[in-house]
Write a protein that binds this ligand. Structure first.
Ligand SMILES: *Cc1c(COP(=O)(O)O)cnc(C)c1O
Length: 429
């Protein structure tokens, strides 16, 4: 460990300097950092459940008070009338998604929204029956794709196609899409793949899908609030996300969906409908005719789950205050610092005990780095050591340790602490 001692010291020094120069450092104060043994943990699982914004409790209490004191009148009175509650999110979300506010809406939950969007954008006809997704998609997405295929009377083994390899270049994925040609109905990729952390930049891929007459959609669970997005300009047809990961909105918090302006209001794209999808101005006429709200709001089914959404609003305001470009800049620096340290470590313990399965190119990843261990027992031992040092990371099969330093509340010192604990864990026999 004597050589290790010298780079551990170097990491600590670098972290001190970089934290002191970090313009976003004050944002950490806006969150509760869990403590163990009286000290804040080093939290690297913001990709799984983001931390609680301090202001969330205030926003929740305000809605409880409105219910207490206004009751039914809370729909149209009070600070944030519930009738319009979902509209308070669209500006904030549109900045994160790179779209018009009317193209996105906070609603529902991720898997349910994915089904709603597939009801509109996956309508297999003749030979055009295939759904293309990434290799090893998140299980919930895969269940959605397969059950959609079965719902249409198709064999999921034939209808659902996975990419051969998530490390394929964008050009190769585009070529794969073109090869599927007129058999392809829709492409749905995890914007950032949950396991490898690879960011599938959409522009080229959406173009390839459109060339063969297919729709292009994204599951942004690991992308929104993590990587810069330009859904409108990139011509993504539809997208959905959850808000409890990078968006820090609390367990099971409301999700959202995006529908490109080119599809809003199109009569030839059907929806599964509910009363909150009708135009707010005419909704309470309680007419038989469904008069669609403009844009993504037409996909809404029910009135807003206000208690669930209050924390989401608190969290989104923080993103708007910090700004996605400043967050991305810090994110690149934090993850770059982590990556450099990991490369030092993998050389310091030959033969390399793990490989990084996240792309080297910072443009093709978000904040997460995924280490795949060569020997599973070594990986588990290192993971246990991290836990004992209050480094909160996670373990996913096969033998993969995921670390996600997020720019809103992680520090360079967190990264240095994780590297130090990794060095110790690897040195253990
Ligand atoms: C987290 C995550 C989910 C979870 O789905 P819920 O409907 O929110 O429970 C689904 N898909 C992906 C890709 C995820 O990362």
């Amino acid at each position: 460990m004597s050589r290790a001692a010298s780079y551990i010291e170097a990491w600590r020094q670098e972290a001190l300097q970089r934290d002191a120069a970090d313009a976003l450092a004050p944002f950490r104060e806006k969150f509760y950092i869990p403590e163990r043994s009286g000290r804040p943990v080093h939290y690297f699982t913001g990709n799984s459940l983001g931390l609680q914004p301090r202001r969330a409790a205030t926003y929740l209490e305000e809605e409880l008070e409105a219910w207490r004191t206004l009751a039914v009148d809370g729909h149209f009175e009070g600070k944030r009338p519930w009738y319009h509650y979902h509209t308070f999110f669209s500006e904030h979300l549109s900045r994160l998604l790179g779209c018009h506010p009317f193209e996105c809406v906070a609603m529902g939950s991720l898997t349910a929204n994915l089904h709603l969007l597939l009801a509109s954008f996956y309508r297999p006809r003749g030979r055009r029956i295939k759904i293309l997704c990434e290799r090893r998609p998140f299980p919930s997405d895969l269940y959605a794709f397969r059950s959609q295929a079965r719902f249409h009377g198709l064999d999921p083994a034939e209808a659902v196609v996975e990419l051969p390899d998530n490390a394929m270049s964008e050009e190769d994925i585009a070529a794969f899409i073109r090869d599927l040609g007129e058999e392809l109905a829709v492409v749905v990729l995890g914007g950032v793949h949950y396991l490898s952390g690879r960011f599938f930049r959409p522009a080229l891929l959406a173009h390839a899908a459109h060339e063969v007459g297919a729709f292009f959609g994204l599951d942004l669970a690991h992308a929104v609030g993590n990587v810069p997005l330009n859904l409108h300009a990139d011509q993504v047809d539809f997208a959905c996300w959850c808000s409890y990961k990078y968006l820090n909105s609390g367990p099971g918090a409301v999700g959202g969906l995006f529908v490109h302006d080119m599809h809003g209001g199109r009569a030839d794209i059907p929806r599964l409908e509910g009363w909150w999808g009708t135009d707010a101005r005419t909704r309470f006429r309680m007419e038989d005719r469904f008069d669609p709200a403009p844009g993504a709001e037409a996909w809404q089914l029910s009135n807003a789950p206000v208690f669930n959404m209050a924390a989401h609003l608190a969290a989104l305001e923080i993103f708007s205050e910090a700004g996605m470009s400043a967050l991305r800049e810090k994110s690149l620096a934090l993850t770059g610092f982590l990556e450099k340290g990991l490369r030092t470590l993998s050389e310091a313990f030959p033969p390399a005990p793990f490989k990084l399965i996240t792309p080297d190119d910072p443009e093709q990843r978000g904040c997460q780095l995924s280490l795949q261990f060569v020997a599973e027992d070594v990986g588990r031992r290192v993971f246990r050591h991290l836990q004992s040092r209050h480094i909160v990371a996670d373990w996913r099969e096969p033998a993969t340790l995921r670390l996600a330093p997020v720019p809103l509340y992680n520090t360079f010192a967190d990264v240095a602490a994780a590297l130090e604990a990794l060095a110790q864990g690897l040195a253990l026999e």
